[in-house]
Design a protein around this ligand. Structure first.
Ligand code: EPU
Length: 417
């Protein structure tokens, strides 16, 4: 069993290069199988989710070359196969093979996806979308079976601007006959990244990044090339670490517009931020002001940064209110923050944080990926030693986290227990 051990209290100084976005690459890899030729992805983060998706492509007889952040996926010998439970369960995003295989072969068999336990996580919007395009969906035990004689463009309204449903429907619709319109589509930057790759392969998608996406079906998708966008959640996590412990901590390779909600909240707290092109420099001020934060769909405050943000709120002067609105179960980290000395009252999906309180190192658990990120950030700012269990959640989403933080002065290591 692996544990992360952090001796807290060190100032963070120097530069961290932000990796490619997990939530983009996990859709770009399945999207690549829609090409009949070779697809090249640049800036691919080496995280366990990436490795799990390579296993799926190889199961389908695709050829993957992955070195120095460049991934080439060759589909010339691709075959449609059942995606078994041991692969589908490794991550949530295995479900993007539903849309991709359905578009390519009009047939897909895939076991239920995995992912963090942060809520019920139904996929009814994905399924309704596939059905609107003409697919039949059956559930056999723990497996979905999708089939269609042909897929036909349709008007699809999403009850909620779901990231996963928007991408999966886009994947299923790129080769459908006629025009598909997705209304109330999600607007996250990752969606633009996926649409850009698909268009580069020959798809006709417009409106990605807005709530109305239009897809004109095409017969063939060919070669494609894309840069994975920088991970706004990784950047945000390290920005929060910088707000707690930074002394001229520089994050390199960010896209400012993707971080606007966080930047505006950090400024409201009185944090000294210096943004220059794709770099952001952060130093902790003497005092942090309390604020209220509510998670929303993009461009609102991202749910994936809510957990690390609550750690920062424990150091603010006064009462801060944090409200989660996307997931039902994203407060798994709170009891561990309380164990470390935080004064937080939890009321369902709202955390009332009274600060500032000193945090002390403790043995804690990464109950999910971003809860784990919160524990890392807490451990960096706490006095004494923090030991984090269940760190495989963290390694699913943060590339070289130990190396990156060590390089800026943190005392952090992984041990085998
Ligand atoms: N929802 C439904 N039915 C559906 C789909 C979604 O009810 O068919 C609900 C969900 O239960 C949730 C809300 O809609 O309450 C939003 O879900 P969404 O589909 O937008 O989330 P997702 O695509 O499953 C992605 C990210 C999450 C991130 C959310 C919101 C990936 C692989 N995951 O999930 O990232 O929190 O969007 O931005 O892209 C993470 O990185 O830690 C993470 C959980």
């Amino acid at each position: 069993m692996k544990q992360l051990v952090i001796n807290g209290g060190n100032k963070l100084t120097g530069e961290i290069k932000i990796s490619g976005a997990k939530n983009s690459v996990v859709a770009l890899i399945p999207a690549a199988i829609l090409s009949d030729e070779e697809v090249t992805l640049y800036n691919v983060p080496d995280i366990s989710d990436t490795r799990a998706l390579i296993d799926i492509i190889e199961l389908l007889n695709g050829k993957v070359e992955y070195k120095d952040e460049v991934m080439k996926i060759d589909n010339k010998e691709l075959e449609n196969k059942v995606i078994p439970e041991e692969l589908s369960k490794k991550l949530r995003a295995s479900y993007y093979f539903m849309g991709a295989l359905l578009a390519k072969y009009k047939y897909a068999e895939i076991y239920f996806p995995g992912g963090c336990n942060i809520g019920a996580r139904p996929i009814d919007f994905h399924i309704k979308g596939f059905e609107k395009l003409g697919a039949k969906v059956e559930i056999e035990g723990n497996k979905y079976i999708f089939k269609a004689d042909k897929l036909k463009g349709a008007k699809i309204y999403l009850d909620f601007a779901s990231v996963g449903a928007t991408i999966n429907i886009m994947l299923a619709a790129v080769k459908a006959e006629g025009v598909t319109e997705i209304s109330n589509a999600a607007k996250e930057p990752e969606i633009v990244n996926i649409a850009t790759l698909l268009n580069n392969m020959g798809a006709k998608i417009s409106g990605a990044g807005t709530s109305e996406i239009k897809i004109i079906g095409v017969d063939h998708l060919g070669k494609g090339v894309i840069d994975v966008i920088p991970d706004r959640i990784e950047a945000g996590t390290y920005a929060i670490a910088g707000a707690l412990m930074g002394k001229d901590l520089v994050l390199k390779g960010i896209i400012e517009e993707h971080l606007e909600a966080l930047i505006s909240k950090l400024k409201e707290m009185g944090i000294d931020l210096n943004i220059d092109h794709n770099k952001i420099k952060i130093t902790r001020p003497e005092k942090l002001k309390s604020i209220n934060v509510k998670t929303l769909v993009f461009p609102g405050f991202p749910t994936d940064l809510g957990q690390p943000m609550t750690v920062l709120l424990t150091q603010a002067d006064g009462v801060s209110i944090f409200e989660e609105t996307i997931w039902e179960n994203r407060m798994g980290h709170i009891k561990y923050l309380q164990k470390m000395g935080a004064n937080i009252r939890l009321n369902d999906k709202t955390a009332i944080v009274m600060g500032p309180t000193d945090l002390k190192g403790e043995e804690v658990v990464a109950t999910d990926l971003r809860a784990g990120a919160a524990m890392v950030v807490a451990g960096l700012s706490a006095s004494g030693t923090t030991i984090i269990n269940d760190i495989e959640h963290i390694l699913r989403g943060y590339e070289n986290i130990v190396e990156k933080l060590t390089a800026v002065g943190a005392d952090i290591k992984i041990i085998e227990k």
